[in-house]
Design a protein around this ligand. Sequence first.
Ligand SMILES: O=P(O)(O)OC[C@@H](O)[C@@H](O)c1c[nH]c2ccccc12
Length: 261
Amino acid sequence: MILEQIAADTRLRLIEEKKLVSPEEMKEKALALAADETFPFEKMLKEPGIHYICEVKKASPSKGLIAEDFPYLQIAKEYEAAGADAISCLTEPKYFLGKKEYLKAITDEVSIPVLRKDFTVDEYQIYEAKTLGAGVVLLICALLDTETIRSYIEICDRLGLSALVEVHDENEMDSAIKAGARVIGVNNRNLKDFTVDISNSTRLRSLAPENALFVAESGIKTAEDIQVLKDAGVNGVLIGETLMRSPEKAAMLAALNGGAL
Ligand SMILES: O=P(O)(O)OC[C@@H](O)[C@@H](O)c1c[nH]c2ccccc12
C-alpha cells in the first residue's frame, strides 16, 4: 500500500537526517523559536468565509509529474499576491519531489502561514518544521494512533504551530476528535487507492465538533465544487493540482472563488 510505503521510506530518511542534526539539537533549535507569533493558521481560518490554502507541488504518486517547470518561490509569491490565505508546501522528496529547502525559501518570503506537507511519523519532523518557518504541520490519522496524535498536538502547541489533522473516514474522524484536534482536514483522495470523491468532505462535515475548524482537501477543480463546500460550512479548502496546472494561477484562483478574490 502506497501510504505505508511512503511512511517506511520516510522513517529511513529520518535515520540519515538525524545523523546530520541530532534530535536534541533540532528540538533545542525549535524551542528557541517557540515565542514567535503563534497559531496564525487557526486565527486565519476562524475569520468568516471560506479560506484558500494553495499548494506548491511538483509531483505526486497518483498524478506523476505535475509541473516540469517548477519555480516554487515564484508560485508561492503568486499565490500570496492572488489572495491565498495560506500555502501548502510538499517536503517529501521521493514521491512528491518536495524539498525542505523549498519550504524554507517560501517561509522566508511570504507572510501568510505555510503548511509543511509531509508524512509525519516522528516528532523530529515537527521540530524541524518549526525551524523551517512553517506555521502548520500535517498529521495523517491513517499513519498515527490516537495517543501519538495527541502527543504531537501537544508538541505543536508548545511551538505555536497548528496541526492539520487529516482524516479520510469515520474511524479516523473519531481518532482525530479523541486526540483533541482543533483543525480537521478531510482528504477527498483515498490514499490507499487514489480515488477522489468531494462528497467525502460534505459527508464527514457533520461529524466534526462544532468548535473545530474544517478543511476540505484534494480534487477541488471548479467554482461549483467550492460552492458545495461553502454550503457545507467548511472553513478552508486545500487546492493543489488545479492551480499547479494552471498557467494563470491568480485568474484560476479568482475563477474558483466565483470571479474575484
Ligand atoms: O492536488 P489536489 O488534488 O488539489 O490535492 C491537494 C492536497 O489536498 C493533496 O496534495 C494532499 C492532501 N493530503 C495529502 C497528504 C499527503 C500528500 C498530499 C496530500
